[in-house]
Write a protein that binds this ligand. Structure first.
Ligand code: ZN
Length: 494
């Protein structure tokens, strides 16, 4: 009797182990798409680098106060593009949107096919006052030194604008003609929300009934060190982004002199509510984009990690717990609640009669503002604290399809230009201009086709923004390969 149950136990363990190992091995062998052949183009690398450096000398700065747009700088930048890319400006339709954004249409030979859209932005963030001295080279001089091009906008996002236009110019000179329509959409106010640029361009395209197959915007780059334990460089292609909303917690009371305080004050009530928000996050879950990401990453993981990812039926809890250990990992598996502003009190001996706190919410795809509000009301049962939804800047985006042709093309072009990297889909945690384009198609991808070390990544919106010289060329090669195959061109014949 005892012997049989021991044998039975051993059998179960053996079967479970076999399943676990089988699934691990199978996931480890996940195939990668073939690289796409590069179009035969003559690229003058020295001239391309010079033009890129020149593009950083225009102070196309976005200010929070949009009335402050540096009109003359945008005008000069437009003229620079005109002069740098004569074939693009001779053969493509060009239209200005909200004065400083630009929409190009490269007409295909078969306009019944859905178009493709490549987007980017011409504006840059200001140099934060007080940080000027930490720049090794002045931020708007476009200096080429130490194997880099230095300047504000080098990686965010003039490399996209210049890379796309260089690729188009070279393809045009080679006699390439796209089969489907291609649009280049370059906003001028991405850094302050994109309401006049991206949003307006999308409205125009919708009004014109333009059908879009897929969209590519800036996003993750080719990099290492994002996921502990994974050595191989990863090309991170965003397939969705989180939503953004604000909630206010507030309480009112009688106030009065602090020498005779009430037992509870508005300040204390709101403070307790904020503490509850930090103590009681929304539940974490392993599905959707993050599940897709883990599966794509699995072949690069060390065996024990891969074993757990491949067998989520058994190890889901452990995987989730590990992810939540870093703020970044945590933000990928749940809607986050961040208290960001607290207002109460004006004088040290006066009890404030009102207290308010602002909670910044980043919604995971699949979650809704209503669910967040229900959660907050549940964890803040004290009815004296008002919980109010203030604004929803953006809902979580739809999730782009990793099986669709757009992703396959981006993956193929990335494999060509960055052969050392594995392409993986990921979740963009911030809100970007790309979110407007999901009104045209759910298949909006977010990828910046350059290699960035973790240190170079730190220069986004920071001092010493720079791009390695080799990567300027890589971006051009990537867009050229993507356009050549994606637009279905008649190769080389005029
Ligand atoms: Zn950007």
């Amino acid at each position: 009797m005892v012997r049989w149950s021991v044998l039975g136990g051993i059998a179960v363990v053996l079967v479970v182990s076999a399943v676990v190992v089988y699934r691990t091995v199978k996931l480890g062998a996940a195939h990668e798409v073939e690289p796409l052949p590069q179009p035969p183009l003559l690229l003058d690398s020295a001239a391309i680098v010079q033009r890129f450096a020149a593009s950083l000398r225009y102070r196309t700065i976005s200010h929070q106060d949009t009335a402050q747009v540096e009109a003359a700088e945008f005008e000069r930048f437009h003229a620079f593009l005109h002069q740098s890319f004569p074939e693009v400006h001779r053969q493509l339709q060009r239209e200005r949107v909200s004065n400083y954004s630009v929409l190009y249409r490269w007409r295909g030979t078969d306009t019944t096919l859905p178009a493709i859209v490549l987007m980017g932005h011409m504006d840059v963030v200001p140099v934060e006052p007080g940080t000027e001295d930490s720049w090794k080279y002045p931020p708007f001089d476009g200096v080429i030194a130490e194997g880099y091009v230095w300047g504000r906008g080098a990686i965010d996002d003039k490399i996209t604008v210049m890379g796309i236009l260089e690729a188009a110019e070279a393809l045009l000179r080679s006699g390439f003609r796209p089969v489907r329509d291609v649009y280049f959409c370059f906003g001028h106010d991405e850094e302050v929300g994109g309401r006049h640029g991206a949003q307006r361009i999308v409205t125009l395209l919708r009004q014109r009934g333009v059908r879009v197959a897929w969209v590519l915007d800036e996003g993750g780059a080719v990099t290492t060190g994002v996921f502990p334990g994974i050595e191989r460089p990863l090309a991170l292609v965003g397939i969705a982004e989180k939503g953004y909303m604000m909630v206010e917690l507030s309480a009112e009371g009688r106030g009065g002199h602090s020498s005779t305080p009430p037992r509870e004050s508005p300040l204390g009530l709101v403070a307790a509510a904020v503490a509850a928000v930090e103590r009681s996050p929304l539940p974490a879950r392993l599905e959707g984009v993050v599940a897709t990401l883990l599966e794509a990453l699995a072949p690069e993981m060390p065996f024990p990690q891969r074993l757990m990812v491949a067998n989520q039926w058994l190890f889901k809890g452990i995987v989730l717990r590990q992810l939540q250990q870093t703020p970044r990992g945590n933000a990928m598996v749940r809607t986050t609640l961040a208290p960001t502003i607290f207002h109460a009190g004006v004088k040290e001996n006066v009890i404030p009669s009102v207290a308010r706190a602002a909670i910044n919410v980043r919604l995971l795809p699949g979650d809704t503002p209503e669910e967040v509000m229900r959660h907050l009301r549940r964890i803040i049962p004290d009815r004296r604290v008002k919980v109010q939804q203030q604004s929803v800047l953006s809902l979580p985006s739809p999730v782009a399809d990793v099986g669709a042709v757009g992703f396959q093309l981006i993956q193929g072009a990335a494999r060509t230009v960055f052969p050392e990297a594995r392409v993986v889909p990921y979740l963009v945690l911030g809100a970007t201009d790309a979110r407007y384009y999901t009104a045209l198609t759910p298949n909006v991808y977010r990828f910046l086709p350059v290699r960035l070390t973790p240190e170079e990544y730190q220069t986004f919106h920071a001092p010493n923004e720079r791009l390695r010289l080799s990567e300027v060329l890589q971006a051009v090669r990537f867009y050229a390969t993507l356009l050549f195959h994606g637009a279905g061109g008649s190769s080389g014949t005029p």
